[in-house]
Design a protein around this ligand. Sequence first.
Ligand code: BTN
Length: 330
Amino acid sequence: MTTGSTDRRIDKLIHLLVKHATVVVPGPKIASEIGVTRFKVWEWIESLRRLGVEIRGVRGEGYQLVTVPDILAPSLLRAELGDHPLARHIVHYFRTESTNALALKLAGEGAEHGTVVLAEEQTAGRGRLGRAWYSEKSSGIYTSIILRPPLAPAAAPVLTLMAGLAAQKAVSAATGLPVDIRWPNDLLVDGKKVCGILTEMSAELDRLHAVVLGIGLNVNHSRMPVELENSATSLRMEAHRGISRVQVLVALLRELERHYQLLLKNGNKAITDRWEAASTFAHGKRVCVLTPSGVVQATTTGLDPSGALRIRHDDGRQESLVAGEVTEVR
Ligand code: BTN
């Protein structure tokens, strides 16, 4: 597979196989319906197999899906989401450097509000604070959503909290796992990270042009790399079963839209109140905070209306954190 966006005809091929999953679909029929040669069909079937899609080939007859594929193909997502606002512009890549980099580029070229960029694999996934994001092929959800909110740049921290809250609701509904949110928007299961969100934007002083919500979710990794195994986990490792990435992503897009509308309609407090109710980090949590003068311990005392995390230092001083990272003191 190349690094360009997925050929729409591969999406059609997946759709065709899913639609006729109970029968063997003749190669010539597939080729004529999607407008490519039979050889091309065979090549694409091989590529899909390499991504883990089980397709039975019957010599002289055609192809049949063995299981429903867990590929984040636009046609499979649209089959679930219908005319949902976040299903109108879906851009899928088998492999790209970073969906955030792509989404920022597309936003600069005028991509519409609600555009969803997806990749099965990232070769240079970006994390917060200049870190990398481990993006194993076909195991995680790597997505960047372009929003054009009618809000000032000061709203960006609450948009970020909103995304974490939506992701928490989606993941717990789709898996039944108890999911915590660490400020600002890491999702934790049993103290280990399963999801991270990198918000990037283009803005003027008083106007947001575009916000890119970059969400990375560890879904079906069967193990994490050694350097991450103490701090990160996957939904599969925690639930002890495979999880459908399509179902988690569908739930995520629905929750994102719901919480985004809630923010636009009811303002910051609708999000900060819900965030405080959903996170054990909101109140009374002993945390380590990285400050310019080093790491200090403090206790959390809630969110302020802008989304900043209030902490009380041990000498009684109060502070509001607008950026950075906190970790639980264990
Ligand atoms: C974090 O460090 O917690 C944030 C990680 C964000 C990773 C996602 S994966 C999809 C999107 N594309 C990227 O390059 N980064 C974000």
